[in-house]
Design a binder for this molecule. Structure first.
Ligand SMILES: *Cc1c(COP(=O)(O)O)cnc(C)c1O
Length: 369
């Protein structure tokens, strides 16, 4: 039986092969006689799982050796505090506000950073465009510059990361890549730290991925909880305290699935990116070709992962969602702050799922317009 296509923004769809493998290994992981959930986080089995996940991610995203990969807890919201606790060094921190998530991050930083400066904001456009980096008002001597590279709610995505050096800033770039991590390659030369909760594009809820340049570790404020001090977590190889072992394991299976992907000549993350580009094009083309559906985001910053759209008549929203569910198209309801619909088409969504949605868009319009 085919499973329905799940367009949830998060926790989101996980590749079926990964779910199958986790199910197959549920009662007895590799002859250990234990479920991964039942293992000591200090035993050799779990250490092997954790190290494998780290090295697979390092290979998949070409993470350079001067970066540490940390598996933490607390989610993206937790990192909104953990980042300033570790990196702000009682100096100014800069924020580029491009939607709900960077807005939230900025607000949380006010509690910990000595000074929070908004270098640019897309608010005047209703967060339908990204402020051009050439106009950002970056502070001199800022301890970091925060961006959210994919705004999950507003559906805007930086197609490439800003080059702060070219903008005259020496500050490290902090990137919240929660909702498009591992959807495309990362130019690590432009990054100081990237973080993301796993439940959008990497695996189950409970583990937070942090990739941080080594020189940024070891400067935590005295009030930083010891379990959230990157230095402690890095020295203990993500086992300073009990990590979310099951979530790390399933995320690791997802990294292996990503590494196996092929698209023509392309493999791994390049294949994943090519597929994501094709999926997004299929959906945006269908929305743009119709007057019945609208996506308000500027073409050059449309998210390939989260596609919000409105129906011409929002009184049809409930009928649209009910009809979608009948066809096995789940969790398309938009975020309450923007209304309408949202199709999240993360890595685990196959092209066939997007095609099924596009077919439904056409049929629903034909019936109701
Ligand atoms: C979901 C999300 C978060 C919050 O993640 P939690 O794990 O719920 O704390 C933060 N940033 C972005 C971009 C997100 O999509």
């Amino acid at each position: 039986m085919n499973r329905p296509y799940n367009f949830s923004a998060g926790p989101a769809a996980i590749p079926e092969e990964v779910l199958q493998q986790a199910a197959g290994e549920m009662l007895d992981w590799h002859g250990s006689g234990m479920s991964v959930m039942e293992m000591s986080h200090r035993g050799k089995e779990f250490i092997a799982i954790c190290e494998q996940a780290e090295s697979d991610l390092r290979e998949l995203l070409a993470v350079p050796p001067e970066f540490k990969i940390l598996f933490m807890q607390g989610g993206g919201i937790g990192e909104n505090a953990i980042v300033p606790l570790n990196l702000s060094r009682a100096a100014t921190v800069d924020f580029v506000v491009t939607g709900s998530w960077s807005q939230k991050s900025r607000k949380e930083a006010l509690r910990y950073a000595a000074e929070v400066h908004t270098a640019a904001s897309g608010e005047a456009s209703g967060f339908t465009t990204l402020p051009d980096p050439s106009g950002w008002q970056l502070s001199r001597g800022a301890s970091y510059v925060h961006i959210c590279s994919n705004e999950t709610i507003h559906g805007v995505e930086f197609q490439e990361l800003p080059d702060l050096k070219a903008l005259g800033s020496d500050a490290p770039l902090v990137v919240d890549f929660s909702s498009h991590a591992a959807s495309r390659p990362v130019d690590w030369r432009r990054v100081g730290l990237a973080f993301g909760g796993a439940q959008k594009n990497l695996g189950p809820a409970g583990v937070t991925l942090v990739v941080v340049r080594e020189d940024l570790i070891g400067h935590a404020l005295p009030i930083c909880p010891s379990g959230f001090d990157y230095k402690n977590v890095a020295e203990a190889e993500s086992r300073y305290n009990t990590p979310p072992t099951w979530a790390i394991y399933v995320m690791g299976l997802t990294f292996q699935w990503l590494k196996r992907q092929r698209e023509g000549e392309l493999g791994g993350i390049a294949a994943v990116q090519a597929r994501n580009i094709a999926k997004a094009k299929l959906l945006y083309d269908a929305i743009d070709a119709s007057a019945f559906y609208v996506n308000k985001v500027a073409m050059n910053c449309r998210s390939r992962m989260n596609v919000p759209f409105l129906l011409a008549d929002d009184k049809l929203n409930d009928a649209f969602l009910a009809g979608a569910k009948e066809r096995g198209l789940l969790q398309l309801k938009g975020h309450k702050s923007v209304g309408g619909m949202r199709a999240s088409i993360y890595n685990a969504m196959p092209l066939a799922g997007v095609q099924a949605l596009v077919d439904y868009l056409r049929d629903f319009e034909r019936e109701r317009a």
